[in-house]
Design a protein around this ligand. Structure first.
Ligand SMILES: [Zn+2]
Length: 141
């Protein structure tokens, strides 16, 4: 397999993805703060270093970029045409690691919520999900 995507192109692409994930994370944090929930950031002692941690609720939120974490069925979860095998392997590894992290957190008694980047632009839906999650009621519609 030839590596048609140069190292530079790849790091540029990854940088862009990480950046968009970060702004989605800020939006979720702002919303949680506005709802009056206390949270902490960057708890590196927890599996997967969750983006937002609500210690009193023993709950964590991950804000996942749809591309990077390969949101199933999402139109943002594209696979680049060049160097396809690299990306497929990368996304497989990421997806497996994400599932593993959630399982570990559940074992430790933490509840988890994954917010996808594509869900962030809908503040009403996001607020409902956060409230439902943090008040401990079952997730899903
Ligand atoms: Zn998505």
């Amino acid at each position: 397999v030839t590596d048609r995507l140069s190292r530079e192109d790849r790091s540029k692409l990854m940088g862009r993805v990480r950046h968009s994930g970060t702004s989605a994370e800020v939006a979720v944090r702002r919303l949680a703060h506005g709802l009056g929930f206390r949270f902490r950031l960057g708890r590196r002692d927890l599996p997967g270093s969750p983006d937002i941690v609500f210690p009193r609720h023993r709950a964590v939120v991950f804000v996942h970029g749809c591309f990077w974490h390969h949101h199933k069925g999402c139109r943002r979860a594209t696979i680049p045409l060049t160097n396809r095998e690299f990306w497929v392997a990368k996304f497989d590894a990421n997806t497996r690691r994400d599932a593993d992290v959630l399982a570990k957190l559940h074992e430790l008694g933490w509840r988890t919520l994954v917010v996808w980047e594509c869900e962030v632009p809908d503040p009403v839906l996001l607020e409902q999900r956060l409230l439902r999650f943090l008040s401990g009621r079952p997730l899903g519609a």
